[in-house]
Design a protein around this ligand. Structure first.
Ligand code: SF4
Length: 517
C-alpha cells in the first residue's frame, strides 16, 4: 500500500465493513473472480467477497439465486459506436438483451452469471470500457456534460479533463478504500447538465479576472448527495483553472479518505463531514494540500435544464446537430442499442451520449441528414418527440432486480406516465421520479414530483404504495422536494397525480410554472 491509512489507528471506531475492506482490498476481488469464482461457480463465493464484488461493478441481483447486475462506467456519458456495439453484444450474450441507462450516465446489465464475468471484463477492456469501481466505496463514474465538445452553451470542453481525472483514479489503490461511495461531476455547461449539487465533488463553469485577464475555469462544490438524508453541495471560495481540476480532485478525495467518518456506514458519506466542518473549514484543510489558490470568480451557470435534450438542436459546430431521444425509464434492448450505434455511424459522428435523465443523444448529424435519420424505425419508440409525461419520467431499478427495493418501480413509472399522457393536457413538462426505497438512485428529491416506494396496510393485506414529495429543483434556487401528507396505493398513483396536476393547472397564477422557481 503506497500510503499509511490513518484511520486504522482506531479500529474500535470502524464499522464491520471497514474491517472487511482492511482484510482484503475491494479491487483484489477482480482477480479472485477471474481466477476462482468464475471457475468454481456461485456457491463458492464467500460472503465477504460477495460484498467486495461491488468493486468489480457487480451486485447480486434479486432474489440472490446466482444472477448479477453490472454497471459500466460511461464517464461524462460519451461512448463510441464500437463501444455501444460491444455493450449490446454483452447484453445479448449474457444479459437477456436488457440495457438500462442509469441516472449517472452509466450502462447497467442484468441476469449475468459469475461464469460470464471474465469474458465480459475482457470484452469491455478491448473497447476501453470498465465496470471496475462503478460501485463500491471508491470514486465512481464521473458524470458530466453529455454535450461536451459540441455544446453551444459550454464554457470549457471537459472531455480531456474528465479523461485525465478518470485515468488517475480508476484502479488506483491509494483511493480504493474510501469511507463510502464517492461521486464527482465535471461540466462546463452553463445549464448545469451534470446536476452539480447532488455530487460529493463537482466542478461548474466560472471565470475570473487574474492579472487583468479573464481566465476560464471552474468553481467547486463539495458535500452533495441524496439517499435517505439528502444534502445539497456547498460552494467553496475557490477558482480552479482547467489544469488544476485533477489536483483539487485528488485533495478533496484525500480529505474524504483520511477524515471521512468510518464508524457508522449510514453516516460515512462526504456530505456529513462537510456539514460538520462547513465550507470554510473544509477549504482551510484543502489549502494544506493544494496551496493558496484564488477565490471564487464569476459563476457562469445561468440555469438548469435538468439534463433533458429531446428534439433536434444545433451544435456549436455550424451545420451539425444533436438529436435527443427519449428512452422510457432508461430501458432499451440490445438490438435497439446496436441500431443506435449504426445510426451514429451512418448519420452522425459515430458517438452515442447518455444523460443523467436516463436518455440518449446522437450527435454530429449534418443539417441535410436529419430528416433521413428521423425516419429510422428505432426512433419511432426511442423518439425525439416523446409525449410530455413519458419524456420526463425517471425510475430506479426497483424490486425487479434490486435487493433493497420495497416496491416495483420501472413498470409502474411507465404505466403512470402513459396514464397522465392520456388524461392530462398540460402546456409544460413535469418531471416525475420513482424510487423503490429511500436510497434514491432515481434522484427523487430533485424531481417536480418525487415518489418513494413503501407499503400500505389494506384490508387485502400489504400493498405497494408511494409517498409523494413536490417542488425539487437544482440551479440557483436549488431545493429538495417536500413531502405531502399521506401515502398513495401504487395502483392509484396515476389518478392521484392527474388530480394534483389538474388542480395546479386550474389554480396557477399567470406565468407560474410547476417548476419550483
Ligand atoms: Fe434499489 Fe432503492 Fe436504489 Fe431503487 S433506490 S435501485 S430500490 S437501492
Amino acid at each position: 500500500m503506497a500510503y499509511e491509512p490513518i484511520w486504522t489507528a482506531h479500529p474500535d471506531k470502524l464499522n464491520k465493513f471497514e474491517l472487511v475492506k482492511l482484510e482484503k482490498d475491494g479491487l483484489d476481488v477482480i482477480r479472485t473472480i477471474i481466477e476462482n469464482y468464475a471457475n468454481e461457480g456461485y456457491d463458492s463465493i464467500s460472503a465477504d467477497d460477495m460484498d467486495r464484488f461491488k468493486w468489480a461493478g457487480v451486485y447480486q441481483q434479486k432474489p440472490k439465486d446466482g444472477h448479477f447486475m453490472m454497471r459500466v462506467r460511461i464517464n461524462t456519458g460519451i461512448m463510441t459506436s464500437a463501444q455501444a456495439h460491444a455493450l449490446a453484444d454483452i447484453s445479448t450474450l449474457y444479459g437477456r438483451g436488457l440495457v438500462d441507462v442509469t441516472t449517472r450516465q452509466a450502462i447497467q446489465f442484468h441476469w449475468l452469471t459469475v461464469e460470464s464475468l471474465p469474458d465480459i471484463f475482457e470484452r469491455l477492456e478491448k473497447v476501453d470500457l470498465y465496470s471496475f469501481e462503478a460501485c463500491g466505496d471508491c470514486p465512481r463514474t464521473i458524470v458530466g456534460n453529455p454535450l461536451a465538445g459540441i455544446d453551444p452553451n459550454e464554457l470549457v470542453d471537459t472531455r480531456e479533463i474528465v479523461d485525465e481525472v478518470n485515468r488517475f483514479f480508476l484502479l488506483n489503490r491509494d483511493f480504493s478504500n474510501l469511507p463510502r461511495k464517492y461521486k464527482m461531476s465535471i461540466s462546463g455547461n452553463t445549464y448545469n447538465n451534470a446536476q452539480a449539487e447532488i455530487n460529493d465533488l463537482s466542478f461548474t463553469p466560472a471565470t475570473k479576472i487574474i492579472d487583468g485577464k479573464e481566465v476560464v475555469g471552474f468553481h467547486a462544490m463539495v458535500g452533495g448527495g441524496l439517499s435517505a438524508k439528502p444534502h445539497l453541495a456547498q460552494s467553496l471560495d475557490l477558482f480552479v483553472r482547467p489544469e488544476e481540476v485533477l489536483k483539487v480532485a485528488i485533495a478533496v478525495t484525500t480529505i474524504f479518505r483520511d477524515y471521512g467518518y468510518r464508524e457508522k456506514r449510514h453516516h460515512a458519506r462526504l456530505k456529513f463531514l462537510v456539514a460538520d466542518w462547513g465550507p470554510e473549514k473544509f477549504l482551510t484543510k484543502l489549502t494544506e494540500y493544494i496551496g493558496e489558490m484564488p477565490g471564487r470568480g464569476e459563476d457562469k451557470t445561468i440555469g438548469w435544464q435538468a439534463a433533458y435534450f429531446d428534439g433536434v438542436h444545433p451544435q456549436a459546430q455550424k451545420g451539425l446537430n444533436y438529436v435527443g431521444l427519449n428512452v422510457p425509464v432508461g430501458r432499451l434492448s440490445a438490438d435497439e442499442l446496436h441500431e443506435l450505434a449504426d445510426l451514429a455511424d451512418r448519420y452522425g459522428d459515430g458517438q452515442i451520449r447518455t444523460t443523467m435523465s436516463q436518455n440518449i443523444l446522437l450527435s454530429g448529424v449534418p443539417d441535410d441528414q436529419v430528416d433521413e435519420l428521423l425516419k429510422a424505425p428505432v426512433l419511432q419508440r426511442l423518439t425525439p418527440q416523446p409525449k410530455h409525461f413519458m419524456s420526463r419520467t425517471v425510475s430506479c431499478t426497483g424490486n425487479e432486480f434490486c435487493n433493497l427495493a420495497i416496491v416495483e418501480t420501472k413498470k409502474r413509472a411507465v404505466d403512470v406516465a402513459e396514464y397522465l399522457d392520456q388524461h392530462v393536457d398540460l402546456d409544460e413538462k413535469v418531471r416525475i421520479h420513482f424510487i423503490g426505497c429511500p436510497n434514491s438512485c432515481g434522484q427523487k428529491h430533485i424531481a417536480d414530483i418525487g415518489l418513494q416506494g413503501s407499503l400500505l396496510k389494506t384490508p387485502e393485506g400489504l400493498v405497494d404504495a408511494f409517498d409523494i414529495a413536490v417542488g425539487g429543483a437544482l440551479g440557483s434556487g436549488a431545493q429538495l422536494n417536500k413531502a405531502l401528507k399521506g401515502r398513495v396505493r401504487g395502483d392509484q398513483v396515476g389518478p392521484v397525480l392527474a388530480e394534483l396536476i389538474l388542480y395546479y393547472k386550474e389554480n396557477r397564477n399567470p406565468g407560474e410554472s410547476f417548476y419550483a422557481y
